[in-house]
Write a protein that binds this ligand. Sequence first.
Ligand code: C5P
Length: 670
Amino acid sequence: MYSTAFLDLPPLQQAGGSVQLPGSKSISNRVLLLAALSEGTTEVHDLLASDDTRVMLDALRALGCGVQEAGGGVARITGLGGRQPKSPAKLFLGNAGTAMRPLTAALALLGGEYELSGIPRMHERPIGDLVDALRQLGCRIDCVGSEGYPPLRIAQGDGLPPLRLDAPIRVRGDVSSQFLTALLLALPLVAREQEVVIEVVGELISRPYIHITLELLARFGIAVRHEAWQRFVIPAGSQYRSPGQIHVEADASSASYFIAAGAITAGVGGEKPLKILGVGLDSIQGDIRFIEAAQAMGAQVTGGPGWLEVCRGAWPLKAIDLDCNHIPDAAMTLAVMALYADGVTTLRNIASWRVKETDRIAAMACELRKLGATVQEGADWLSVAPLPQADWRAASIHTYDDHRVAMCFSLAAFNPAGLPVRIEDPRCVGKTFPDYFEALFAVAQTPQERIPVICIDGPTASGKGTVAAAVAQQLGYHFLDSGAMYRTTALAAMRAGIAIEPGQEQRLAALARGLPVRFKDGRIWLDDGDITDAIRAEEVGMNASRVSALPAVRQALVALQLAFRRLPGLVADGRDMGTVIFPGAPLKVFLTASAAVRAERRHKQLISKGISATISDLRADLEARDARDASRSVAPLVPAEDALVLDNSLLTIDEAVAQVVAWWQARQPF
Ligand code: C5P
């Protein structure tokens, strides 16, 4: 995860392979509630792990449902099946509207004493229309703070009052479709002897979301009829029936970025198509119709239940003129695809873009222009001209705290001009797809030489490991601690009883070549043992220096080091990163500090770990190690010719990091 204000995407060439998308938030919470109301156990697969699903699971537990989280996105929910929930209960629902609204409706129709609250922001989100509808029915429900807002108290400890089910229940549909969804999910509880009718007051907005609700109800055995999306009838005798197992679909709008990446680059020259797992042709989400738009632009899309496969078809893409009212979120992706088309693409009927996370029409127009595009906009439309190769510019994309702006502009990294793209505030994708960029990098390919590498070489205890790790963290790049490889080889040799001396060079090289080492989440594993701390011992460091002087061992570790050069970039620290392993790296830093300062730093480090040592001994050791590293015949410790030397004797870590990042920034085209 990047700590940065920006993430630089190197130019990408192709996308292929398969990507698993995370489960949709709104489907996850609907499914959990339906499972909780059903008889028996429902095994829910691909549940989204997020704050909003967490509070729902906790609430269901508090209400007496069986909740077993089996890991890997699987949860087993044993429903109430007509039993009363545990009462009284206090439920804290964070900022999850998808938990607050339906739980309110369900608990109001079940009897019992409940308090539902959330974070302060939740208490500013209206729920009055739903509360009114439930009161009309006869439920006893109070707003504890301001009228029309949570927290809420449901006071039916002495049982459910008689409900007025004869007249249609009226609910407004023009503010939020979530109130109607809440009623649709909960009213089957009381549709036993008689049918229950809901009438929408005002034009119903967000129909695709109601469609999702109806589809999920059907999977749980409730067949709701509707007349022109204004009158909904829940038949008498309705009963929730668990489907046994259910898969939560991925968010169809999230799929749009991968469908687009496939349309732009996948399957070219016999390469692999791009397979998208988690959402498929059987999707119940409105945004799945993005596929039709992508096909109209030339994409070849096939698929089945829960999967899609995309290849480039027409190239350049075909320009389209499309009414996008049915796919408002996913249509943003088309605006970036338009850069790769054969004429002007116009997206119409997108007025809702103006009132989303940001004014999305203005945002898209402004950022597309930064890339060099010719864009026109109107109150409810946007047109984008294709961008010839020579006109592309490297741009820093402002993302307006809008996850979709960030995700769609990542597609500009496939530009034919081979330019990088900077995404500002990349973590805004966390709203729906926290690992979006990791997922993109896992399927995107680009020639190795286009993946940036920053080399930080220098002597022992110069601080390069700390500085390199911090630079990597800031830039969102991978981190290679090449010294750890020599240390691991030394440790493995010590454990295997192989003497570290020139006579054993071939055995040691064989050991290095087959080293069962894994680097994961900042820890280092040898076979199944965590050796992160063990390799830091002074003795291992000294042996690492000996083993690293053997040419065959160095050669044996080359491939392992090169494999760290992965998207979106690498910061590599060692002795020969800039001279031998990555000679073409665009930034090389030689980090030094005086022997006195280094001995002192090492001394502090050891003391803090409770290891005693004297500064003079440490200094002698450091100097011996430097001398060996600098005088060996292969890959001696010397600054690369084009390295920038940074003496950090008098700098803090933050200052050294800032200097390296500043040098890096100065070389970027943004
Ligand atoms: O950087 P660190 O102290 O962990 O490295 C341990 C030893 O590995 C160094 O003393 C050096 O001899 C060797 N090494 C190397 N080439 C590298 C990194 C480390 O020879 N790229």
